[in-house]
Design a protein around this ligand. Structure first.
Ligand code: PMP
Length: 282
């Protein structure tokens, strides 16, 4: 079955967006992508907390309680019988006559969610992939997960054209994150990742990996690092929902370390796999 959730109702997927939906016209909306493992939504509470924060930052009043939306999303995953995949949830401010300023009259946010099956990512995680570098041309509120993703899609397109899995973004000398993932580097046994401020999206996977590192007694420093640090790192990996941990073997054609997934990255990937495997046997 391919059902979607539209404003609280399960309906058959169809496309019907009012042309004056502010999400459609301005990208005035927020979203979350939640991983599904063994039919279970992974880290859903964390995703919903981030959604709540994004809504607050954009003054969008969420038209549901956390408990209700959670119930609906679990139901949607069940109805669509997705075992391995992801769930996309989007809330736009709603429909109002087009003006740049926020509508004076009350608008009803538009809530949409759908699920998607995903193929096996084991090989990508085991083999690693390549990345390119791109200047980070995004705005200064990358901490809000909004629908405005054009700089991200453009950067990713360049990566794909060059056979790479990701575009790692640099603001001048500083590496921030990647077009749709967070970036970690390892040097002399210490893991570095950009601090969670307005220059990056604080990935849910990023936060889980930091927690795993702490549990493994591996030192992790949330500090800005440079393009030179990236290129001379022993290991580099990216994190994102459902990708989990993907080793980066080369950046712009420069080998990272041995040019193969490093030992620490593999250790972190395995720890993440154990965590998601536990969901599947619950
Ligand atoms: N940064 C950006 C710009 C992203 O789009 C994403 C994925 N949505 C991430 C980081 C990773 O976040 P998460 O681990 O929550 O998927």
């Amino acid at each position: 079955m391919n059902q979607i959730l539209l404003n609280g109702n399960m309906i058959k997927r169809r496309s019907c967006i009012d042309i004056e939906d502010r999400g459609y016209q301005f990208g005035d909306g927020i979203y979350e992508v939640v991983g599904i493992y063994g039919g279970k939504l992974f880290l859903m509470d964390e995703h919903l907390q981030r959604l709540k924060r994004s809504a607050r930052e954009l003054s969008i009043k969420l038209p549901f309680t956390m408990a209700d939306i959670k119930q609906d999303l679990i139901e949607l995953t069940k109805v669509n019988d997705v075992i391995e995949g992801l769930l996309y949830l989007q809330i736009t401010r709603g429909v109002a006559p087009r003006t740049h300023e926020l509508p004076v009259e009350k608008v009803e946010p538009m809530v949409v969610a759908y699920t998607k099956e995903l193929g096996d990512l084991t090989e990508l995680q085991d083999m690693g992939s390549t990345a390119i570098l791109q200047e980070d041309i995004r705005w200064l509120r990358c901490d809000v997960k909004t629908l405005n993703l054009l700089p991200n899609t453009m950067a990713k397109q360049r990566a794909v054209e060059q056979g790479a899995v990701e575009a790692i973004l640099n603001r001048g000398e500083v590496v921030t994150e990647a077009s749709s993932s967070n970036v970690f580097i390892i040097k002399d046994g210490i893991v570095y990742t950009h601090p969670a401020n307005n220059f990056i999206l604080n990935g849910i996977t990023r936060q889980k990996v930091i927690q795993i590192l702490q549990e493994l007694n591996i030192l992790v420093k949330e500090v800005p690092y440079t393009v030179t640090d990236l290129l001379s790192a022993d290991e580099v990996f990216i994190t994102a929902t459902k990708l989990d941990v993907v080793p980066i073997n080369s950046v712009d054609g420069h080998d990272i370390g041995t040019g193969k997934p490093g030992m620490m990255t593999i250790q972190i990937l395995e720890a993440m796999r154990q965590l998601t495997a536990r969901l599947q046997v619950q």
